[in-house]
Write a protein that binds this ligand. Sequence first.
Ligand SMILES: Cc1cc2nc3c(=O)[nH]c(=O)nc-3n(C[C@H](O)[C@H](O)[C@H](O)COP(=O)(O)OP(=O)(O)OC[C@H]3O[C@@H](n4cnc5c(N)ncnc54)[C@H](O)[C@@H]3O)c2cc1C
Length: 526
Amino acid sequence: RVGSMERKSSLHTPRKAHACLLLLIVFTCNACDGVVSRSLDPDPVAGDFAVELDATSFNSSLWAAPARFAIVEFYAHWCPACRNYKPQFERVAKLFNGPNAVHPGIVFMAKVDCALKSNTLLCDRFKISHYPTLLWGPPSSFTWVSGESTGWEAIENGRKAELLLQFINTRVGKSFTLDDASTYDAHLVTADGIDYGQVAISNFDIEEATAQAMENIISQKLLNKKTRSSFVQFLQLLVVHHPSRNCRKGTAGLLMNLEELWPSLSTQDIEEELSDDGVIQEPDLKAVENFPICGEHIPRGYWISCRGSRNETRGYSCGLWLLFHAISVRVEDRLSSAAFRTICSFVDNFFTCKECREHFLEFCSSAKMKVSSRRQLVLWLWNAHNEVNERVGKVEASLGTGDPKFVKELWPTQTLCKSCWNEGVERKADTAFQDLFSLSDVYKFLLKYYGHALSSLSKGLSKLPQGIQDSDGHLRTQESTTSSAVTVPIGAALAIAFASCGFGAVACFWRTRQKKKKYGGVYNKF
Ligand SMILES: Cc1cc2nc3c(=O)[nH]c(=O)nc-3n(C[C@H](O)[C@H](O)[C@H](O)COP(=O)(O)OP(=O)(O)OC[C@H]3O[C@@H](n4cnc5c(N)ncnc54)[C@H](O)[C@@H]3O)c2cc1C
């Protein structure tokens, strides 16, 4: 409990507030004592790092919050103790929020002004009785507010920045300090091995990369009748195998609406148009462009685990690799060949780094007939990525263009996975990766890293209380209008999911029946 000012629901007009304020100062001075200094902080933090939320943005912002935990400060703008507390809160928020955060992806720090009439209901739901009140919990725990305990807790002693950070440290098992400068944990590794929490954070970058891929595709005008099927196939891959529920849901919505947003033409129509003037007309893609494929708050405009130590390094291409790897470990054996072709076709049509594309397509051509199981897909992609690492690493070393904090090397490093490396093999120029690495251990590691570890974040989300999930497992907030992702009719989303035939015999039966409907079976046809 940080607060010193009692909250009265009637105190929402400034005049009443001032009158009561005097009384409150008189009667609640004990609470004020030693809690928050009335003098201005000698070293106030410039700018607001804590995100201001209101009743409209509350659920959706927390839902899409790029962090494992959240702190929400409930305050009142008229409350002097709150004003004095602000620099303390901001000092901590600066560490965790925004594009320049020193420790991104860990705590999302937000605040709500309970003195605004429009927020009264919201503050009442959290039973805020005094200002400021700080609540802590996973972001998702705040988005369901029925008055019952939902997994958040009050921070009893966070009245100074140091104390608040101390509280955070005990909850996340770290020893952050207010003076921390940027730290770069290149390989998401702790002394004991993989830091699963850190790996889970990669989910945010995978969401960001997915949204950015869409943005690039539209802004660079890469969508046309020729690339339409590649686009649809990619969406179908995402709808079932994307590690983020937000993106699966958003993609399902886009797929279901695509025919209306961008009507398809038959091959004959295209040929006729081609023979007229040789140019394929571009569709009007405004509606597709505005589709929130991973929810409304993505892209956020910054990277977390893919953040480079320089602005121009890492980011999108790192996120895209993570997306491909995360998909590869989720694909069933019989869809692996289709997934392989979809990834290759995506890079061919939509990844506009020319050198990258040409290089990557060489791997695609050489593996054309070889990928027929998940294991082969996962190891093929891992191998291709390592080949790229080696090649790019040499170029970056000679030109000094790489990110000094993220030097390219064969992955996983020995620190990340010792058993992945064959013992006693001395590397020569012609030593193949399969001699250097134990492929079965690498495969197990990749399943763990891109499967289990990445999912640990969404598993946390799936532990939401009853009522926040529909019977189809899709997440809903109570205020459905502010849900972070588009609403997809249950039957429609299932029909798309079934199209992948990835859910066993019943799904296959369904798929057969749905085949003639929109997009039914397309994923299986190419
Ligand atoms: C398809 C594709 C082809 C590319 N081709 C080129 C190219 O030809 N030339 C060029 O200059 N750049 C190329 N790039 C960009 C380049 O590979 C890097 O993405 C970029 O330099 C940023 O590097 P990074 O340090 O963020 O790590 P990235 O290589 O982007 O890797 C991101 C993360 O993936 C993990 N990782 C690393 N290696 C592996 C592996 N083998 N298997 C699984 N996970 C791994 C690590 O955690 C790493 O931090 C390509 C990118 C893509 C997506």
